[in-house]
Design a protein around this ligand. Structure first.
Ligand SMILES: Cc1cc2nc3c(=O)[nH]c(=O)nc-3n(C[C@H](O)[C@H](O)[C@H](O)COP(=O)(O)O)c2cc1C
Length: 551
C-alpha cells in the first residue's frame, strides 16, 4: 500500500481502508447510543451464531450518548482482531506466517525514528479546555462495554506508555481506563506476580515519592497496537518490536508535556500523571475472563493534555466473555509463542500445534497440544508439563490429543478422552498454581489453584473409525447435492480411517463386499470354519490363523 504523509507503516485509517476493501468492515451510519447500544450490537456477532470467518470490524459514524449529545468522532470496534482475518490485514502477513513474523520481530527489533511534526498533535487540548462538561475526556465518544454492569464508559483500546525511571526503557501495555471526570480517569494495571509492566514502573515512582508520567495512545498503527497485549521482556522497548512487526521504524514524537515518546501516526494521545499516593475505587467492569470485575482500589490518572488528529477516530476493543476481539488478539500471538516454547526451547519434536480453547474459557485455562503420531509417551508428558510453565496464568487444563482430534469440537475431545485416555495412567494433577486471570473469590481473595494434565493420545493401535471410507462419503455427498437435499456442513470425522489396527486382508474383504462380492467372502470364511472355539474369539487368537493368507 502506498502511504502518504511520510508514514512508514499503515496507520489506523489506512487499516480501516484496507479492511473496507476486503469486505471486513461494516459501516453503521444510523444514530447509535454509545452508552447502551454500541457494544451490545457488536456483541451479537460473538453470541449470535455467526461463524468466526464472517465476523467484521464495525465503524459507527453517527454516535450519541444517553445525555442526548452527538459526537463528530466515529467509533471503531473490532478493527484489530474481530477475527483472524482482521488481524492478518493489520499485521500484513498471511495467517500461517503470523507466528514466524512475531518471532522475527522479537529477534530483529527496529529502533523508532523521531519526528517533530506529528499527526497525533494536530489538535491540542490543555488547561481549562480539559475541565467541564463536554470538554476533555467528556468530549470523546467512549462507549460503555457492558451496559447494566459497568460503572462508566471505559477506554479499552488504550496503549499505556510509561517509562522505567531507572533504566529509561519505555513500556507499552493495553490496560483499561474508566472515565471519572473530564480530566480524571481510573486505571487498572495488574498488580499480581507477572502482572503489568506499567505497575512495576508505578512502584518505582511511588518509592521516589513522584507521580508517574503516562501517555495513553488511542488508535496507534496496528503493528504497534498488537504489541500492547503481549508480554515482552521488561528491558526491551516494545516500540522496537513494533518496528520489527512493521518492517520499518515506528515514527515517534515527544509528548507535549511529558518525557515520553508516542507513535506519531496515532489518532489520539491522552497525557497525564498517575498518582502514586492515593487510589480510588474503580469498576465494576466486564473483564476479559468473562465475569464482572467488582470494585477495587486502583490508580488515579490526572489528564494534563489531550492531543489528536483533526479527523481522529476513537477505537474500542470488545472484550469480556470470549470469544471476543480481546481473546483473538491474544490467541493469534500466544499459540505460536507456546509452540515455539515447546519446540524450539524445550526441543520437543512431536508437538504439531498448540490450541488455546477460546469460547467462554478465555484462552488461558484450557490448552490442547496436537501431537504427531508415535510421539514417545515421555515426550508427550514433557510437552504437557512444558505447556503449564510458560505463563503463570495459562494452562490450568492441558490435554494432549492426536492430529485427528479437532480441539474446537467438544464432541471429538470427549471421544478422545473416552477412548484414548485411561484416568488411572494418563492423568496428573499439579498443585500450587497461581489462580491466574479470573474472577476473585469473596472479599477479593485469590485462592490457590491447581493444574490437570491429560494424555488423551492413542497409546496403541485401534480399529478404524466406523464410518464409510472417504471415497464412498465423497460420492454420497455428490449424490446428496444432486438430490437437492438440505446443504451439508461436514463435521470431522465424516469418513472412516485406519487407526493402526487393520490389515490388507480386511481391506480386500471390504473392497470385494463393496464391489458386490460378498458371496466370495462367505466362501473364504467357510474354508476357515473351526470347532471348539468360544464365540467372540478374535481370529488372531486362533493358533494357526494366517493373517496374510491370500483371500
Ligand atoms: C482489551 C484488553 C484489555 C486489557 N486490560 C488490562 C488491564 O486493565 N490491566 C492489565 O493489567 N492488563 C490488561 N490487559 C492485558 C495486558 O495488555 C497484557 O497483560 C500485556 O502483556 C500488558 O503489557 P505489559 O506486560 O507491558 O504490562 C488487557 C489486554 C487487552 C487485550
Amino acid at each position: 500500500m502506498a502511504l502518504s504523509g511520510g508514514r512508514n507503516c499503515p496507520d489506523l485509517q489506512d487499516h480501516i481502508a484496507a479492511l473496507e476493501a476486503e469486505g471486513l468492515l461494516i459501516r453503521i451510519d444510523k444514530p447509535v447510543n454509545k452508552d447502551t447500544e454500541l457494544h451490545p450490537l457488536v456483541r451479537w456477532q460473538y453470541r449470535g451464531g455467526i461463524p468466526d470467518a464472517n465476523r467484521k470490524a464495525f465503524l459507527f459514524t453517527n454516535v450519541y450518548d444517553s445525555r442526548g449529545r452527538t459526537y463528530d468522532m466515529p467509533v471503531l470496534v473490532g478493527a484489530l482482531a474481530a477475527n483472524r482475518d482482521v488481524y492478518r490485514i493489520g499485521i500484513g502477513v498471511s495467517l500461517d506466517e503470523i507466528g514466524p513474523h512475531w518471532a522475527n520481530a522479537v529477534n530483529n527489533p527496529i529502533e523508532p525514528v523521531a519526528v517533530t511534526e506529528a499527526p497525533c498533535q494536530q489538535v491540542i487540548i490543555t488547561g481549562d479546555e480539559l475541565i467541564g462538561e463536554g470538554k476533555g475526556l467528556d468530549a470523546l465518544p467512549v462507549p460503555i462495554s457492558t451496559p447494566g454492569f459497568d460503572s462508566a464508559p471505559y477506554l479499552t483500546a488504550g496503549m499505556f506508555v510509561t517509562k522505567d525511571p531507572e533504566t529509561g526503557v519505555q513500556n507499552l501495555g493495553t490496560y483499561r481506563g474508566g472515565l471519572k471526570a473530564s480530566n480524571r480517569m481510573a486505571v487498572r494495571m495488574s498488580a499480581r506476580e507477572g502482572g503489568a509492566g506499567g505497575y512495576l514502573h508505578w512502584e518505582k515512582y511511588k518509592a521516589r515519592g513522584e507521580k508517574m508520567p503516562c501517555a495513553i495512545v488511542l488508535g496507534c498503527p496496528p503493528s504497534v497496537a498488537y504489541t500492547g497485549p503481549q508480554k515482552i521482556r521488561r528491558d526491551v522497548d516494545e516500540l522496537t518490536i513494533a518496528g520489527g512487526l512493521a518492517g520499518a521504524p515506528i515514527r515517534t514524537v515527544k509528548c507535549l508535556g511529558l518525557d515520553l515518546v508516542v507513535p506519531a501516526d496515532s489518532e489520539i494521545i491522552i497525557e497525564g500523571l498517575v498518582d502514586t499516593e492515593y487510589l480510588e475505587p474503580e469498576a465494576p467492569f466486564g473483564e476479559s475472563h468473562g465475569h464482572i470485575s467488582l470494585e477495587d482500589y486502583n490508580m488515579i490518572f490526572e489528564v494534563t493534555a489531550i492531543t489528536r488528529k483533526s479527523n481522529a477516530v476513537l477505537s474500542s476493543i470488545i472484550s469480556q466473555v470470549t470469544p471476543s476481539e480481546s481473546s483473538v488478539i491474544k490467541r493469534v500471538a500466544y499459540e505460536p509463542m507456546f509452540l515455539s516454547h515447546l519446540r524450539d526451547h524445550l526441543g520437543i519434536k512431536g508437538v504439531k500445534r498448540v490450541f488455546m480453547h477460546e469460547p467462554l474459557t478465555n484462552i488461558r485455562r484450557v490448552i490442547f497440544l496436537q501431537m504427531e503420531p508415535d510421539t514417545p509417551r515421555t515426550e508427550v508428558w514433557r510437552a504437557l508439563y512444558g505447556a503449564t510453565s510458560l505463563r503463570a496464568d495459562c494452562g490450568k487444563y492441558v490435554i494432549a490429543v492426536n492430529e485427528d482430534i479437532d480441539p474446537d469440537n467438544g464432541d471429538a475431545v470427549f471421544w478422545s478422552l473416552g477412548y484414548r485416555a485411561d484416568p488411572d495412567k494418563d492423568i496428573e494433577i499439579l498443585r500450587h498454581r497461581d489462580a491466574g486471570h479470573g474472577p476473585k473469590g469473596p472479599g477479593g481473595t485469590r485462592p490457590e489453584d491447581s493444574t490437570l494434565l491429560i494424555d488423551a493420545t492413542l497409546k496403541r493401535d485401534m480399529p478404524p473409525l466406523a464410518l464409510p471410507k472417504r471415497e464412498y462419503m465423497e460420492r454420497a455427498k455428490e449424490l446428496w447435492e444432486e438430490l437437492g437435499l438440505p446443504p451439508l456442513t461436514p463435521e470431522a470425522p465424516w469418513h472412516g480411517y485406519s487407526l493402526g489396527d487393520w490389515s490388507e486382508e480386511w481391506d480386500k474383504l471390504a473392497e470385494r463386499a463393496a464391489a458386490g462380492g460378498y458371496l466370495e467372502n462367505g466362501k473364504r470364511s467357510a474354508q476357515r470354519r473351526r470347532a471348539n472355539i468360544k464365540p467372540n474369539t478374535h481370529v488372531r487368537a486362533v493358533p494357526d490363523w494366517d493373517q496374510d493368507q491370500d483371500v
